[in-house]
Design a protein around this ligand. Structure first.
Ligand SMILES: Nc1nc2c(c(=O)[nH]1)N[C@H]1C(S)=C(S)[C@@H](COP(=O)(O)O)O[C@H]1N2
Ligand SMILES: [Mo]
Length: 404
């Protein structure tokens, strides 16, 4: 808890929402069409200070989704990057008085760092990584599940710059007794009914050389809404662990019992093809979500869109996984009967998404476009939803219907 922080008053800034019929909302990119009617009706473009108009899924706390058209760029612009909060008390932090406290019963030499000390005291690293909300596409779950009804846009790819968490933990004298490392951000719940957002990582993942304490995103300071001044970057793992406005690190010899680690963000055991385990938090039937599953998205073709026949149509998209790297993307233009190789774009690193493209000359008539990614350890996407009560890990192969 930082005394100097102030709550940001969420002023309705420049509402760009238009009242239109639900069908038109899907057309404007608020979709996809599979979202529940209520979610489409209550969503609109709206503008947070410093951001472009994004798709508002909730206002308090702010949950804003990136329009899919932005995913045609290799990196998602900072002012279009999605915003996800659990608590409505979004902190406004003065970087000159911000401090990061590292302690806990498995830290022999607790310490406190200013931003300048963090930036000058450790080797710096920068790489690309996809930040993807566990619940991205939750709105497409059938049957529907409670929670923010995300479409496809609760994700973004960026270059992250910071220092390795393991270097800071070493300075704090992390001992062999460490089981988990828990992270606290400066946000607060306005009424104390909601538990503080604290997330724990297994000690091995905290000590991974790619887990960063980052202050820069795409060459700029982190935007306010994406964790200014400092956030955790846990590449390969879903964004629930990417603590924003990081203020406290607790190196623990015992598993965290906090709500957001011990009860929330859980998946049924054994149903998803994931490799990484979070053993100290596993129960008989559930386990915390860990790495992202292999997935892809068509980014430039509109579902129900009309395109020219007998003219080359360039299908573009992105594909990603939990950090092994994308091996291939196959594309079908006939609803999944025949699959052909898509062309992969530049490899921006194994934690980045990978752009891909596929060109064909459509015959007149209807076509169902599909894309299916496979990663370097041979794990691919599912055709049938793996239902789970929180709607996580939706990597169902998309079906995009077009008419030519
Ligand atoms: N402090 C803080 N950090 C947080 C959260 C939060 O509510 N508070 N939400 C997490 C979740 S669930 C997601 S999906 C990502 C979203 O990152 P973004 O808002 O920068 O897109 O932040 C993570 N870090
Ligand atoms: Mo999330």
């Amino acid at each position: 808890m930082n005394e100097t922080r102030r709550r940001l008053i969420l002023a309705m800034a420049g509402s760009a929402g238009l009242s239109q019929a639900p069908g038109a909302l899907a057309d404007r990119g608020i979709g996809p069409a599979g979202l529940p009617d209520g979610a489409l009706d209550s969503s609109e473009y709206d503008t947070l200070p410093g951001k472009q108009p994004l798709i508002k899924r909730s206002w308090r706390p702010p949950n804003f989704e990136t329009p899919v058209r932005n995913f045609n760029d290799p990196y998602t612009p900072n002012d279009a990057f999605f915003v996800r909060y659990h608590l409505a008390g979004v902190p406004e932090i003065d970087a000159s008085t911000w401090r990061l406290r590292i302690g806990g019963d498995a830290a022999g030499t607790p310490l406190e760092l200013s931003l300048a000390e963090l930036q000058s005291g450790y080797p710096q690293v920068e790489f690309a990584a996809l930040c993807l909300c566990s619940g991205n596409r939750r709105g497409l779950s059938k049957p529907h599940v409670p929670g923010i009804q995300w479409g496809h846009g609760a994700m973004g790819n960026a270059l992250w710059k910071g220092v390795r968490l393991k270097d800071v933990l070493a300075r704090a004298g992390i001992t062999g007794r460490a089981v988990e490392v828990a992270f606290d951000g400066a946000d607060t719940a306005p009424i104390d009914a909601t538990p503080d957002f604290v997330k724990s990582l297994p000690a091995w993942k905290a000590m991974d050389e790619n887990t960063l304490i980052a202050w820069e995103m795409n060459g700029e300071p982190l935007p306010h809404w994406n964790g200014y001044p400092v956030r955790l970057v846990v590449p390969g793992w879903t964004a629930t662990y990417w603590m924003k406005h990081l203020t406290g690190i607790d190196v623990r010899s015992t598993p965290s019992t906090g709500f957001w680690t011990a009860q929330a963000y859980r998946i049924p055991k054994g149903r998803f093809p994931v490799v990484d385990r979070f053993v100290s938090q596993e129960s008989e039937t559930t386990t915390p979500i860990t790495e992202m599953v292999t997935n892809s998205l068509i980014t430039n073709i509109r579902d129900q869109g009309i395109y020219r026949a007998k003219t080359p149509l360039f299908v573009r998209g992105v594909a990603w996984d939990g950090g092994y790297g994308v091996d291939r993307v196959e594309v079908s233009i006939d609803g999944g009967r025949l699959w052909q190789a898509g062309a992969l774009g530049e490899d921006l690193g194994r934690f980045s998404w990978r752009q891909w493209s596929f060109a064909f000359n459509p015959e007149p008539g209807e076509h169902v476009l599909m894309a299916r990614a496979t990663n370097r350890i041979g794990v691919t996407q599912t055709f049938d939803l793996v239902f789970n009560p929180a709607g996580y890990h939706n990597n169902v192969v998309q079906r995009v219907r077009i008419r030519c």
